[in-house]
Design a protein around this ligand. Structure first.
Ligand code: NAD
Length: 340
């Protein structure tokens, strides 16, 4: 993919694969780039833009950081025709895009994702935001970036755990829509674990195309886009009862996908051989599918209900009959208890 343009809501997002040397070149008079302390290291020399550097990690995904970005923008005289640039994982991308979306009622944002998760998922689609009162992504906007710049070389330094976390979303995209993506994940797992750049480029590109297929049809997640939450309802509950420690987001998503497929099998809807196929694939990447012994099933079910409170209606789980055959359904507590 040299350059591809998607229409999300009424905005265009261009996706380009670029070398590191071209990532920070912009045709704007004022550019404010937000990094975290890890991603700032990719640019050891003087950079041609104004910058703000935040602490890394989910803990930084809060109002204070958005305020810091906006205060810096005011200090350096960012106007509405200036540019916000987020350079980092999903945390920096979500926060910078949020700051851009509310600054002077909306400024342009370019995202430069540096984790596999952000390249394959978070940077495209327009969801911006921060965590609030213990709820993930409770405050935010739908505001697609005008451009997403991908540089696969950046993935060389990503810790293994973060890498596998991002790979989980790519697996999810394969399950949802792309048989060839699943074939690559199944057949080239050694190259994928070795972070072969050509294979990774293909995986990220395919993943972006799957995500774009959903978000172009449903920018604000009122319908089919919810299918992208496959594994997330279960996964979020596990993340929240383990206090966001122990399981990375992607590990929790894989755990959740398997729970969703098992639920479907128990309901007599999911093809048991599809569950077997997915188990075979995720075991190749050594994802942990065990529910930690110290976590009670009831705590996870309570957390699922908290998700219900957040959404204001019964939780509808994303389930699958087979590859590419996805649907939403409520699930009885007794069944949930059995699966968890
Ligand atoms: N907007 C969306 O549609 C969407 C979708 C999925 C997830 N998200 C959000 O994404 C966030 C998670 O993103 P994440 O997993 O990228 O985590 P992250 O942004 O916290 O990054 C993980 C860690 O890796 C470091 N890092 C980033 N790039 C690196 C690199 N190339 N080499 C070495 N270290 C690097 C970061 O500094 C951080 O410490 C969550 O807040 C989640 O809600 C958003």
């Amino acid at each position: 993919m040299k350059k591809q343009t998607f229409i999300i809501g009424n905005k265009k997002t261009s996706v380009r694969f670029l070398p590191l040397s071209d990532l920070l070149s912009f045709d704007y008079k004022t550019v404010l780039a937000a990094f975290d302390t890890n991603t700032r290291k990719f640019f050891p020399n003087i950079i041609p833009v104004d910058e703000i550097v935040l602490d890394p990690g989910e803990i930084t995904k809060k109002w204070d950081s958005v305020e810091a970005i906006i205060s810096k923008a005011v200090d350096i005289g960012v106007a509405r025709d200036s540019l916000f640039v987020g350079i980092g994982g999903g945390v920096v991308c979500d926060m910078t895009a949020f700051a851009g979306s509310i600054y002077m009622r909306g400024a342009n944002t370019v995202l430069i994702p540096t984790t596999l998760l952000a390249m394959a998922d978070a940077a495209l689609g327009g969801k911006t935001g921060i965590d609030f009162l213990g709820y993930k992504n409770m405050v935010g906007t739908f505001s697609p970036a005008s451009e997403v710049r991908v540089c696969i070389d950046l993935l060389d330094t990503l810790p293994d755990r973060e890498y596998l976390s991002g790979l989980a979303e790519i697996i999810k995209h394969g399950l949802l829509r792309d048989t060839e993506l699943l074939n690559i994940l199944n057949n080239q797992h050694a190259a994928i674990l070795a972070r072969d750049h050509a294979v990774l480029s293909d995986l990220v590109e395919r993943s972006i195309i799957v995500k774009a297929w959903y978000v172009e049809q449903d920018a604000v997640e009122s319908g089919i886009r919810t299918h992208l939450n496959l594994g997330h309802t279960f996964g979020h509950a596990l993340e929240s009862v383990s206090n966001f420690e122990g399981f990375s987001h992607g590990e929790a998503v894989i755990w959740g996908i398997i729970k969703a497929l098992k639920t479907g099998v128990l309901m007599g809807i999911t093809d048991p051989s599809w569950l077997e196929e997915v188990l075979f694939l995720v075991e190749k990447y050594s994802y942990n599918l065990e529910t930690p012994k110290n976590i009670e099933s009831k705590a996870i079910i309570d957390a699922l209900k908290k998700d219900k409170k957040k959404k204001g209606s019964a939780v509808h789980f994303v389930l699958q009959k087979n590859q590419g055959d996805t649907f939403l359904s409520p699930v009885d507590d007794s069944l949930l208890m059995e699966v968890i």
